[in-house]
Design a protein around this ligand. Sequence first.
Ligand SMILES: Nc1ncnc2c1ncn2[C@@H]1O[C@H](COP(=O)(O)OP(=O)(O)OP(=O)(O)O)[C@@H](O)[C@H]1O
Ligand SMILES: [Mg+2]
Length: 310
Amino acid sequence: MIVTVTLNPALDKTAHVNRVCPGALNRLRDVVVDAGGKGVNVSVVVSVLGGKTIASGFAGGSTGEELLLRLDKRAIPHDFVRTAGTTRVNLKLIDDEGALTELNEPGALISPEEWQTLEKKLYSLASKDTIFVLSGSLPRGLGTDTYRNLCLALRGREGARVFVDADGEPLRQALLAPPDYIKPNRYEILQYFSAPPDTPETQLVEFCGELLNKGLSFVALSMGEDGAVFVSKTASYRAPPLRVPVRSTVGAGDSMVAALAYGMDRGLSQERCMTLAVAASAGAVTTEGTRPPDLALVRELEAQVQLRRI
Ligand SMILES: Nc1ncnc2c1ncn2[C@@H]1O[C@H](COP(=O)(O)OP(=O)(O)OP(=O)(O)O)[C@@H](O)[C@H]1O
Ligand SMILES: [Mg+2]
């Protein structure tokens, strides 16, 4: 069972506009609303892959109810703590040239009581069959040590495992715990090691090895259109990217996290997990926004994945 934790979810509103004109009236068209937030995206993809998932986190106000309704429509089980504050709406504007402008609200302020309620809920979901996925930004009211504390409390509780997909200070602190699995992208790992953008790939693989030495058992380093590197105690692999028509790369990383968690939950071999991760993330870039990949396409793409041992 994969329990995703989205502490600052959103209703993602995507709209098209001819051109974004600051200081003027901008008329929107083709407005589409989706349940959003990185953990929520992971649950959606796990469910497309046929896995078992519960989406958890905080939801509040009418937008929070709308978010849960959208999960219901996708038949995704959820168990959110209701907050006094209102779930945010994130507006994504796509202009006629395809440029994306994002307007993100800060999200609800979380009270200490709401936090304790969520902690208790997550503890009750922990078992040897649970993989917790902690991903995305933190809401106001919670410190940058939140993921670290959750890792410490959840990892090993009844045998549960923890997967973290975060960046900046929350990731840095989580790594002190540490989690079992992480999936940084290139930017996130460079930032963590204070390394320059032109750092060679061999060095990035070494960075992943250093992270394993902290006690993690698996690091997936995603490199966007350049593919991915997977490093574990037993073996490391390089996966070149698959050639797919690109519609939106947003959420490709979430699909990779979902596929890895799904594979681990199902007890698939490490090679199968990585293959599925590359296929699902490539499938995700063929869809609009953070929409999940099509399962038939993922199956087709799996056959094209080439893992090279490094
Ligand atoms: N243009 C692309 N073509 C093929 N595959 C891609 C492309 N972009 C991304 N991918 C696949 O998706 C994976 C994850 O992408 P990326 O490194 O951009 O994640 P990310 O930055 O964490 O994304 P997000 O946080 O928005 O979900 C890559 O390792 C690759 O397998
Ligand atoms: Mg990411």
